[in-house]
Design a protein around this ligand. Sequence first.
Ligand code: PHE
Length: 368
Amino acid sequence: MSGTSSSYDPVQVTPLGEEQVFAMRDAAVAAIAAAADLDQLKQVRSEHAGDRSPLALANREIGALPPQARKDAGMRVGQARAAVNEALAARTEVLEAEAEDRMLVEETVDVTLPWDRQPRGARHPITMMSDLVSDVFVAMGWEVAEGPLVEAEWLNFDALNLGPDHPARTMQDTFWTEPADNHVVLRTHTSPVQARTMLTREPPIYVVCPGRVFRTDEYDATHSPMFHQVEGLVVDEGITMAHLKGTLDHFAQAVFGEGITTRFRPSYFPFTEPSAEVDLVCFVCRGSGTLDGSTCRTCRGEGWIEWGGCGVVNPRVLVACGVDPERYTGFAFGMGIDRTLMFRHGVEDLRSFFEGDVRFSRAFGTEI
Ligand code: PHE
């Protein structure tokens, strides 16, 4: 029959032969076995079992075959497709189980781990000392004043009776900023805050100013190009050196304990007249210089510890800062905060404050 024979196309039948169909099935089963996860399996499913997969295309061709060939091919392709679907189902189950196991492992929470490992922060010892000093003065009714770290040369020096040719300018090794004719420095002490305060406010003035200062010092166990000072300034009617002494004795006792007073040694600062170095009774040996029969290590047997500088505000400074020296007098003092901490806590190396080792800071605890 010409109709049937003309539709018989051996070229089309060839792909449905046993060998071809088994090859398609085996390729599909191998790809399924090789899929490493569910995403890969999805891809394999569409390639080997989807509408455009070789077996689906083969299935479509079955209808074109003569009846006997159609039956054989139909069975072969049907069995092959069933085998592929079975392999897919089995692999899906395995990969889903694997994915679940992996998730359980990845999301495991070990409830026995310590939960409070986050270390609690504490303030830096320098901050603690600055706050302690501020508190001592605020308790006496003083105010805390602040000034910029980058300061006008005039306020850092000239206003404080340190004119351009004053020999004492070289006492403080200064960081100058560029360009030099801007006359801006990194403040070498907290004393410019005295000038700033007097220029902006009327007496009575009672201020304390803790802050950072800078000098071109080498960085070693006792020097740092950046360190901390605390400045005090009083300007009022009838202020004398006796008020200064009483204030510093109170300050010393508040920081070092009862009975720890101060003594003055004559000294020179351009901004104070008269000027003095302040020493503190050694708070360890309490002035005796010895401890349990041997030399006190804190004061090296002196009985006294050098603490800072002070004096009666030089009238030239009052005039430069717009304060009437006929009506007002004042006193000022300046101490190193880092230095105070060093001898108060027996810190041997100044650099410990700046190197950020928490074991060092932690030893100070938090003092509130
Ligand atoms: N500013 C001085 C210094 O840094 C300290 C000081 C302050 C002395 C106030 C007297 C009065 O050396």
